[in-house]
Design a protein. Structure first.
Lengths: 306, 140
């Protein structure tokens, strides 16, 4: 049995098959409407995350399956002090597959080592969020037609933004990837990412702190939110959160086929005036998130359609 | 230089980062040994400026390679019949279980006390270990 704990758990071949399946689901949703009939997904959310949880639930419902679970630690046995290992042992007898969101890093890994059902990491602290990475990859593949030879700009909080780290780690596996890292100096990508991922794979990248100048170079621009909870004090947060805002004026510098992605939720880093620009695909991206989760559930459950 | 002339069987743990000897002393439970143990702190070193050394005058039955987890640059001089029969750096183990603890306050091990702290060697040259749960690098 296989779990998805890190975005790199899937080989390029497995990833390619998964994205092809998600793409087919997007084109022909009816074909898959009953594939999970009689199967149950447990959503074990130890911290609130409406979007990710609903995306998983929508995915399972689209496949004809059922959903059970909890959406905060307060309403789970964790409030009584039960360990992740014990919880997953019990849940394994209630459901066929589970998606776990936990504020502590490594919790889904612990669950996977004790589970008898597939475990999907739905986000563990600032560590991994593999289904977001799969969502990003599907969006790029669907809308650009490829995952190789792309220049991707990452803007905003590149220090704490786990979606950025995971997508970079996923993209360095494709030939011709190039990155432009746009952030204030306080929020640059961590050293380990620079040394162990970018330099180790000899991937060209540059770090800049002005958005406009590099816009014409980009195939995709991945915007991120400066998250309040990642800061230790309010002053730093307020000083930095408005640093890099994408608006219609800056979009004028972009290529006509550049994509703007964002893991959502957005605060103010993308002005709402950009929403109607056809290059702004972040709501489409959220939609693709459901299809990639459908493909993942079906793959991990080893189900097929006739 | 440390005089090891009187040693018939034992180990000299040399080139320990200055100030690191006590951590190794505690890990090896050297206080439990009957034989003589010498700790030299801040010895002069051409290579390191300052270093610590531990000399154990007797047999010791632990996996000395595990010391590489605490200090990858130390050297082990194995002595038998009054001679150095082996002089080497520790071979870093691929997996380290229950020796070092993850210091990441966001790691699941910070709230689940029964979890065994485990680390995987991720960079042999730098002697870098990462927690298998949260993947944070272990800082010595």
């Amino acid at each position: 049995m296989k779990h998805l704990i890190s975005p790199l758990d899937l080989s390029l071949d497995e990833l390619s098959k998964l994205l092809d399946l998600a793409s087919d689901m997007y084109q022909n949703p009816k074909k898959y409407a009953d594939v999970c009939h009689g199967k149950k997904l447990a959503t074990l959310f130890y911290e609130p995350s409406t979007r990710t949880r609903l995306s998983f639930e929508a995915a399972m419902l689209n496949l004809g399956g059922s959903v059970l679970g909890f959406s905060s630690a307060d309403s789970s046995s964790a409030a009584k002090g039960e360990s992740v290992a014990d919880t997953i042992r019990v849940i394994s007898s209630y459901a066929d597959i589970c998606a776990m969101r936990h504020p502590k890093e490594g919790a889904p890994y612990v669950a996977a080592t004790h589970a008898t059902i597939p475990v999907i990491n739905a986000g563990d602290g600032g560590h991994n969020h593999p289904t977001q990475t799969l969502t990003d990859l599907l969006t790029i593949k669907q809308l650009k037609g490829r995952l190789d030879n792309l220049t991707i700009g990452f803007c905003g909080d590149l220090k704490f933004g786990r979606t950025v780290h995971s997508l970079i780690e996923a993209m360095v596996r494709y030939p011709g990837s190039r990155f432009v890292l746009i952030s204030p100096k306080e929020l640059k990508v961590p050293t380990y990412l620079r040394e162990e991922v970018l330099d180790a794979h000899q991937v060209p990248y540059k770090e800049v702190n002005v958005l406009e100048e590099i816009m014409p170079e980009l195939d995709c621009l991945y915007m991120t939110r400066v998250q309040r909870e990642r800061f230790f004090n309010e002053e730093d947060y307020i000083r930095l959160k408005d640093s890099f805002i994408l608006d219609a004026a800056k979009m004028q510098y972009a290529n006509k086929d550049m994509l703007v992605l964002h893991p959502l939720p957005r605060v103010n880093e993308i002005a709402t005036e950009v929403d109607n620009d056809p290059r702004a695909v972040y709501f489409k991206q959220a939609e693709f998130g459901v299809y990639v989760r459908m493909a993942l559930i079906m793959t991990l459950l080893e189900l097929t359609v006739a | 230089m440390l005089n090891i002339g009187g040693l018939t069987e034992g180990v000299v743990i040399d080139h320990i980062v200055a100030g690191g000897a006590m951590k190794i002393y505690e890990y090896l439970n050297l206080d439990k040994l009957d034989c003589s143990v010498a700790i030299i702190k801040n010895a002069k070193s051409k290579k390191m400026g300052k270093k610590d050394i531990i000399k154990i005058d007797g047999p010791i039955r632990v996996d000395l390679d595990m010391l590489g987890v605490l200090d990858p640059n130390l050297t082990l001089d194995i002595i038998k019949d009054g001679k150095i029969i082996e002089k080497r750096n520790p071979q870093l183990p691929e997996l380290v279980t229950g020796i070092i603890r993850c210091k990441n306050p966001r790691c699941i091990t910070s709230i689940e006390q029964e979890l065994v702290h485990k680390f995987r060697l991720t960079n042999k040259e730098k002697g870098m270990y990462r927690c298998i749960y949260c993947e944070q690098a272990y800082k010595r």
